[in-house]
Design a protein around this ligand. Structure first.
Ligand SMILES: [Zn+2]
Length: 253
């Protein structure tokens, strides 16, 4: 079975409501390819390795969390950007990208997916006054030691995580935001979280964690953002009876 590109994009616009976000990139169809889609490839970032795998698999469309045309990037189509766009255009493959809409969505969002995987069903926004902050805060079903919590996260991502804090101390109130959201650690402190989890760490994050007395876990930008696009791809495949394949292009950051 296949769906028209127009219908697929309209469905995604209706589901993810990209018009609601002030984002750093265009959300939706970023590069136009063929008019009909029977094979959908998904991945975290539209890097060359993902394009090559998707094209070899004969994808009609590639759906990602990190696409192209970021605010303040060089507008010229040269070098790496030229090679990526050439691969898509030469093979007539559509590129669809959703950034913030795919962090925030209550079911397909990276944050919602990670919350479910951590066993946190009931949660709310980290900063209710700032709807642009995709972070969440919720409570574990039972308190764990910070060390046990770190191990549970490592089981989800399959990678070692960085933890700042005493491994034996209990944690229950968890704040999180996938990706490079280390700057929200102060919001997590203000919200009364025991622990803040994100993808990446900065040098100063460690000092803030130590001095504010909040546990900090960095579990990987790529590895905390694998789940949203995968869940969305699976849903689209079922809904439109398409073939779907998620390609995990490993990234240690
Ligand atoms: Zn990201």
């Amino acid at each position: 079975m296949s769906v028209s590109r127009t219908e697929l994009v309209a469905y995604l616009t209706q589901s993810l409501r990209p018009d609601q976000y002030q984002d750093y990139c265009p959300n939706g169809l970023q590069v136009e390819g063929r008019a009909s889609v029977a094979r959908l490839a998904t991945g975290v970032t539209a890097c060359q390795a993902l394009l090559d795998k998707a094209i070899a698999w004969e994808a009609d469309a590639i759906l990602v969390h990190h696409g192209y045309f970021w605010r303040n990037e060089q507008p010229e189509i040269t070098g790496m950007k030229r090679r990526r766009l050439r691969a898509l255009l030469q093979h007539d493959v559509n590129l669809l990208a959703y950034h913030l809409p795919l962090d925030v969505h209550p079911h397909f969002g990276n944050n919602a997916c990670l919350g479910r995987l951590m066993g946190i069903d009931q949660y709310g926004p980290l900063q209710p006054a700032d709807p642009a902050n995709p972070g969440c805060i919720g409570t574990l079903p039972a308190a764990l030691s910070a060390g046990e919590f770190r191990i549970s996260v490592e089981k989800i991502t399959g990678k070692p995580a960085l933890h700042i804090g005493d491994s034996d101390a209990p944690v229950r109130r968890i704040a999180w935001c996938t990706g490079a959201a280390q700057s929200y650690i102060q919001a997590a402190v203000d919200a009364g979280a025991d622990l803040y989890l994100t993808g990446e760490a900065s040098e100063q994050t460690v000092h803030i964690a130590r001095e504010e007395g909040i546990h900090f876990v960095a579990a990987g930008h790529h590895d905390t953002e694998r789940f949203g696009v995968q869940a969305l791809g699976e849903h689209l495949a079922q809904y439109f009876k398409m073939e779907h394949c998620f390609f995990n292009i490993d990234n240690p950051v």
